[in-house]
Ligand binder design. Structure first.
Ligand code: ADP
Ligand code: MG
Length: 245
């Protein structure tokens, strides 16, 4: 379970997050939508400890982050509990697909290759990339790289996976393949927070949709509310714009 409480973050004099409250229960898929610059990426980066914040708190399971910074031990523990998938994949270019997936289990968790490798291959099977285990990322399409990135995120048995616009760099067919993998994860009960412009995914897969605007959560609710009976002008305006693209 992830609990963000009154989270406030400044970049210089820019107030980027203005008292965010958000809870994601175990097994829940939370979609975060909203206009560019609203603070969506910053929120994800605060949740996995990549950014400090000035007020409020973040709790992931029994680990908590407080304003002003957290001990490096705590941060290391936290990052092992949270997987992250980025728009630009960020695979290790010099490692094969399999070695990418093994990086967390071997380097961060100190597991043995004999124990971790069969599971890594199973994860690659799950994202449809088993037959590419021994190639390097540069030989793969963007959609394939992103599916490997998802397998890599899963390999450490994360409490939750945070996705930051995972399909924004992909053409529609490849985006569809990646969203298909993410839907399967959702069905399997993986807790995730997904920042996305893929409105049909948010509508179909998310349990809760949060609309972020200018550093606040303007509206939260089930997809039927957000897409069918929005309560705020911010949501209506954003969806109106999003549907035109
Ligand atoms: N490292 C940074 N330094 C200064 N301003 C930043 C930095 N990162 C993000 N911002 C600003 O914070 C705001 C929120 O950015 P971001 O979290 O990337 O929004 P989103 O992901 O919703 O597009 C924007 O105004 C952005 O320009
Ligand atoms: Mg962003």
């Amino acid at each position: 379970m992830i609990e963000v409480c009154e989270l406030s973050k400044h970049h210089g004099h820019l107030h980027v997050l203005r008292g965010i409250n958000l809870t994601v229960r175990q097994g829940e898929v939370a979609a975060v939508i909203g206009p560019s610059g609203g603070g969506k990426s910053t929120l994800l980066r605060c949740i996995n400890g990549l950014e400090k914040f000035q007020a409020g708190s973040v709790r992931v399971g029994e680990l908590s982050l407080k304003a002003g910074g957290t001990k490096s031990e705590q941060l290391r523990a936290l990052r092992q509990r949270i997987g992250m998938v980025f728009q630009q994949f960020h695979l290790f270019p010099h490692l094969t697909v399999l070695e990418n997936v093994l990086s967390g289990p071997l380097w961060a968790q100190g597991r043995t290759r004999a124990e971790a490798e069969p599971e890594a291959l199973t994860l690659l099977e799950r994202v449809g990339m088993r037959d590419k285990a021994n190639v390097r990322p540069e030989q793969l399409s963007g959609g394939q790289q992103q599916r490997v990135a998802i397998a890599r995120a899963l390999a450490v048995h994360p409490e939750a996976i945070l996705f930051d616009e995972p399909t924004s760099a992909l053409d529609p067919r490849m985006a569809g393949e990646v969203l298909g993998v993410m839907s399967d994860l959702a069905k399997a009960g993986q807790t995730m927070i997904v920042v996305t412009h893929a409105m049909s995914f948010a509508r179909r897969v998310a349990h809760t949709v949060h609309v972020m605007h200018e550093g606040t959560v303007a509206e939260s609710g089930p997809p039927e509310q957000i897409f069918g009976a929005a309560r705020t002008e911010v949501t209506r305006q954003f969806l109106h714009e999003a549907m035109r693209h």
